[in-house]
Design a binder for this molecule. Structure first.
Ligand code: UGY
Ligand code: MN
Length: 252
C-alpha cells in the first residue's frame, strides 16, 4: 500500500484584501477568553478587515462558553454533537443543526458532554442599536424545522433564513442548499459582508476575479462589494451557512 504524504508547502487557503478562504488543514486552535477549556479557531475577525468574528469552537466535556462580552451578540450553530445552553433561567439542548441567537447583555453559558466533542460555528459582533427599537429577544431553533425557499425562484437553490427578518436584527444567518449544478443566479456585489462555512458537498466559489474549488469545512470571508458567485459541483448537494449584516445605515 502506498501512503500518500501531504504536499508540503501547499495550501488552498488565500488571504486577499477583499476576501479570504481558509481550509481546515491550516486552522490553528488556541484558547480564547469566554471559552474556558475549549479549542477555538478565530477564522474571521477585525484584524482581517471584517466587522464581525467567526469562530469554530470544539467543546470537550468540562469546557464551556460564557458570555456575552460587552454589547456583543452571538449566534451559535451546532455543527456536530449536542450542547446544553443555559439562558434566562432555562436549560435548552441543541443537537446537530440546532442554533441559538444570544442577544447583547443577556448572560448565557454553553457546555457539552458529547464524545467526540461538540463543534460550534459562532458568529459574533457588537450590536448596533436602532433608535426606538428594542434589541431582539433570544431565538432558538433547528434547521430541520425550517422550510427552504427557492432562491429567486430556483427550486434547485433553497434558502433557509434562521432569524426573523425584522429591523431589530442587525445580522442575518442563512443556510443555502444547492443541488449539483445549481448556482447563485448572478455574480453578486453588495454592501453586506459575509462570513460562511461550507457544511456539505463541494463547488466552485468565484471571489473577486478568482475561482476557488471549495468543500465541506472551508471558511470564506467576503468583504462588502466583493464579487461573489457559486456553483455546486460533484454528484451530491452542497450546503453552506453564512452571516450577513442587515437593516442598518451604510453610514454606520
Ligand atoms: O444573501 C446573500 O447575499 C447570498 N445570496 N450570498 C451568497 O450566498 N454569497
Ligand atoms: Mn451575497
Amino acid at each position: 500500500m502506498t501512503i500518500m504524504t501531504p504536499l508540503y508547502g501547499h495550501t488552498r487557503s488565500v488571504v486577499r484584501p477583499h476576501y479570504a478562504l481558509f481550509t481546515p488543514a491550516g486552522m490553528v486552535r488556541a484558547p480564547l477568553p469566554g471559552w474556558p477549556g475549549a479549542e477555538c479557531v478565530v477564522a474571521i475577525g477585525p484584524a482581517l478587515g471584517a466587522h464581525f468574528a467567526q469562530l469554530l469552537i470544539t467543546l470537550p466535556p468540562g469546557a464551556m462558553g460564557i458570555g456575552p462580552g460587552a454589547d456583543e451578540e452571538n449566534f451559535l450553530f451546532v455543527r456536530s454533537g449536542a450542547v446544553e445552553l443555559q439562558i434566562g433561567g432555562q436549560n435548552i439542548r441543541l443537537t446537530t443543526g440546532g442554533y441559538a441567537y444570544l442577544p447583547p447583555n443577556m448572560p448565557y453559558q454553553v457546555r457539552s458532554d458529547s464524545i467526540p466533542p461538540a463543534e460550534l460555528i459562532v458568529f459574533q459582533r457588537r450590536y448596533v442599536a436602532l433608535d426606538g427599537v428594542a434589541a431582539p429577544a433570544p431565538v432558538v431553533g433547528h434547521e430541520d424545522d425550517l422550510v427552504g425557499a427557492p432562491f429567486l425562484g430556483d427550486e434547485a437553490a433553497l434558502l433557509k433564513t434562521l432569524l426573523p427578518d425584522i429591523p431589530a436584527f442587525d445580522l442575518a444567518v442563512n443556510i443555502f442548499t444547492f443541488q449539483p449544478g445549481a448556482t447563485l443566479p448572478f455574480v453578486e456585489t453588495h454592501v453586506m459582508e459575509h462570513g460562511m462555512q461550507m457544511i456539505l458537498g463541494q463547488g466552485i466559489y468565484r471571489l473577486g476575479d478568482d475561482w476557488h474549488p471549495v468543500q465541506a469545512g472551508d471558511i470564506i470571508w467576503m468583504a462588502p462589494w466583493c464579487p461573489q458567485w457559486f456553483v455546486a459541483t460533484g454528484k451530491a448537494p452542497a450546503r453552506y451557512i453564512y452571516y450577513k449584516n442587515v437593516n442598518r445605515s451604510p453610514l454606520g
